[in-house]
Design a protein around this ligand. Structure first.
Ligand code: BGP
Length: 463
């Protein structure tokens, strides 16, 4: 069978600064909102006290061990590595006039190391974090001033890395801001819907300004958005369920509509009005939003269902997003429902809606791994999950969907975002570290390492 994947398909993996780097105060780095959440993004916000050690302080020590890790990615044949820049390495408090040179120099070293192996960087400007200084002093994205601070940061990194980085993303899973206000937009728990949507609006304007800056500074580059791509199905064919499903899907698609189409969709105006949500959108904001992204990127882990039946809703709460479980699907240990066909469906939905190239920048199975007596790790469950999803990506490509690349989540084990622990592993590469932070940090190839190497080498023919 000839490969359905195009030549130059960007195969690779995705990580995020705060889940791998560690070195949380090294070389002048400031505290980030993600450094303050020992229990993960959905845990309580517990401001750190000096000397307190959270699992992310060291994470997997990528800050110092990246040469070894990139060599392992190269061994699998990676064409692309997605990671993020920690804003606080560049502007430690967020509101400085001049950037921190030691932080900038770190990413120069990192991108140079990737270039040695021909691995292209795909860089997220903000992955679930912002300078704590901005959250504390200005109220995070609740304050319009944060737009300017972000624009300065974005322009600084575009200028600095324009010859090294050609693919950029603005905010990781921008649509999660609705569920995790502190990490997403730097607002305290208990903020009102108006406050959250106002902060989201500021973030959308900032995203558009970064897109404009990228187009000016890196004209031959491409910049995309990044959406959490969980698709929702109606639990029944009752018309009310269908309508409610459309409404809930729009809850997250609305972000893509603004970023890809250049303005607020009409349905949001009704939603704001009927829910008493007040958002200040100036004429200048509307002008800024007209600068649209070049491609759509998204994460995909699971799908879920929607019902208007209150009794069924009560029993739901099956996973992190409170989705109603689909009786036809199995779940991971964390209640994330496994749905490869949903990925094909979602790719088609997004392509029909936006007609822009798509990039799957996260997909994977979080699972506990066991090391056998002979030292091997036989993660067939992970291979099966990824294989099934990639088969559906090939189907979508055959459907005519333009897919730029695929970066699986956590190609090397890292700290989980939702739980801030190590034992929920996604990697092809095992890292010796446990939830208490004990372990040698030694790296070890799992069975899936060789499987992925074959997939890349054959451009998907081995699936
Ligand atoms: C996405 C985030 C990632 C990542 C992943 C897996 O939502 O963008 O940062 O961690 O989910 O989630 P978890 O780590 O909670 O298993």
């Amino acid at each position: 069978m000839s490969s359905k994947f195009p030549d130059h398909f960007l195969w690779g993996g995705a990580v995020a600064a705060n889940q791998v780097e560690g070195a949380y105060q090294t070389d002048g780095k400031g505290l980030s909102t993600s450094d303050l959440q020992p229990q993960g993004i959905f845990g309580a916000v517990t401001p750190r006290v000096d000397g307190d050690s959270g699992i992310k302080d060291v994470a997997i020590d990528f800050y110092h061990r990246y040469p070894q890790d990139i060599a392992l990615f190269a061994e699998m044949g990676f064409k692309c590595l997605r990671t993020s820049i920690a804003w606080t390495r560049i502007f430690p408090q967020g509101d400085e006039e001049t950037p921190n040179e030691a932080g900038l120099a770190f990413y120069d070293r990192l991108f140079d190391e990737m270039a040695r192996y021909g691995i292209q960087p795909l860089i997220t400007l903000s992955h679930y974090e912002m300078p704590y200084g901005l959250a504390k002093k200005y109220g995070g994205w609740g304050n319009r001033k944060t737009i300017g601070f972000f624009e300065r940061y974005a322009r600084t990194v575009f200028e600095r890395y324009k010859h090294k980085v050609k693919h950029w993303l603005t905010f990781n899973e921008i649509n999660m801001s609705l569920h995790a206000p502190f990490t997403g937009v730097g607002l305290p728990e208990g903020s009102s819907k108006s406050e959250i949507y106002q902060a989201i609006h500021h973030q959308l304007v900032a995203s558009a300004k970064a897109v404009k800056a990228c187009h000016e500074i890196v004209p031959e580059g491409k910049i995309g958005n990044m959406l959490l791509g969980g698709i929702l199905y109606p639990l029944s064919c009752r018309p009310e369920d269908l309508l409610e499903t459309q409404r809930q899907n729009r809850d997250w698609l609305f972000f893509g509509d603004v970023q890809a189409r250049g303005g607020y969709p009409a349905y949001m105006k009704r939603y704001f009005r009927e829910n008493g949500i007040q958002v200040e959108i100036t004429a200048e904001d509307q002008q800024a939003l007209r600068e649209t992204i070049d491609f759509i990127s998204f994460s995909y882990y699971m799908s879920g269902c929607v019902t208007t039946d209150e009794a069924q809703n009560e029993t739901a709460r099956a996973n992190i997003l409170n989705m109603v479980p689909n009786p036809h699907l199995a779940s991971s240990e964390w209640g994330w429902q496994i749905d490869p066909i949903g990925l094909r469906y979602l790719l088609n939905v997004l392509y029909d809606r936006y007609q822009k190239p798509l990039f799957i920048v996260e997909n994977g199975l979080g699972a506990k791994d066991r090391i056998e007596a002979d030292g091997s790790i036989n993660d067939d469950y992970r291979i099966n999950y990824l294989n099934d999803h990639l088969v559906q990506v090939a189907e979508a490509i055959d459907d005519g969907v333009e897919v730029m690349g695929y970066t699986s989540w956590g190609p090397i084990d890292l700290v989980s975002a939702s739980k801030a622990e190590m034992s929920k592993r996604y990697g092809f590469i095992y890292v010796d570290r446990d939830d208490e932070g004990k372990g040698s940090l030694e790296r070890r190839r799992k069975k899936s390492f060789y499987w992925y190497r074959d997939v890349i080498q054959s451009n998907g023919n081995s699936l």
